[in-house]
Design a protein around this ligand. Sequence first.
Ligand SMILES: NC(=O)c1ccc[n+]([C@@H]2O[C@H](COP(=O)([O-])OP(=O)(O)OC[C@H]3O[C@@H](n4cnc5c(N)ncnc54)[C@H](OP(=O)(O)O)[C@@H]3O)[C@@H](O)[C@H]2O)c1
Length: 244
Amino acid sequence: MAAKPLDGKSAIVTGASSGIGSETVRALARDGANVALAARREDRLEEIADEVEHDHGVETLAVPTDVTDEGVVGELLTETVEAFGELDVLVNNAGLARGGDVAKLSTEEYRAMMDVNVDGTFLATRAALPLLEESEGNLVCIGSFAGQYPRPSNPVYAATKWWVRGFALSVAAAVGEEGVAVSVINPSEVRTEFGDDESFNERFAEGEVTEPVEIAEAVAFAARQENSTVSELDLYRRDKFSGF
Ligand SMILES: NC(=O)c1ccc[n+]([C@@H]2O[C@H](COP(=O)([O-])OP(=O)(O)OC[C@H]3O[C@@H](n4cnc5c(N)ncnc54)[C@H](OP(=O)(O)O)[C@@H]3O)[C@@H](O)[C@H]2O)c1
């Protein structure tokens, strides 16, 4: 059988239970990586893990994980290294949007976005960096169009994604000399369960906006790099700028 680009490598994907995360698990497994799937919904993780083991002959770990819990994130890293021997790729994908207008945003909605999008990204990155330095691995963070341009409909969500990009690009500058690549993938609308009142896969018809598999392919491309760093990749629906 032909060698696959990520044969023998090990990856963690946060938010692996749906949308961009589950498609990323499929893409990394297809490329040969053993994958630890992390999110809160364990039944979903088990299902996707079984599927990719069957389809791609890789090893998987389904690790129920709340990325806002420092101890649980630490255990995720420990279990992954115990199972796979090392960590080559971390994909910080877990994220959510709640509410909208700042004047009407509840403190719970504010905290939910800050806790998952900001703290979750920090906690997983901090725990993974020493391992990624050992393996000269790849860190991939899911940013957003909302982290590049003002987002009047949800300024706090936008700010969390500006934070993710600022953090990732600054960490990239800090750890490049250790051989670690840090990439940011910026989607615009993607047909997933993302959304507060109405999910994007309900709001948009097939073909109208980006599909999660397209973002997963961008993540896998970044994760396959061995020498260079994919700094940022922007994948937008084709009519994103119409009417601007
Ligand atoms: N869809 C879009 O239009 C779009 C555009 C730009 C950027 N993004 C970003 O893309 C990423 C993935 O979102 P998606 O579109 O694939 O939406 P999704 O289908 O709703 O997936 C979100 C994932 O995050 C996980 N998650 C939420 N809270 C978590 C927590 N506390 N701990 C661990 N995992 C948690 C969810 O799993 P559990 O509920 O099982 O924990 C789920 O697997 C997010 O960072 C989002 O901000 C999405």
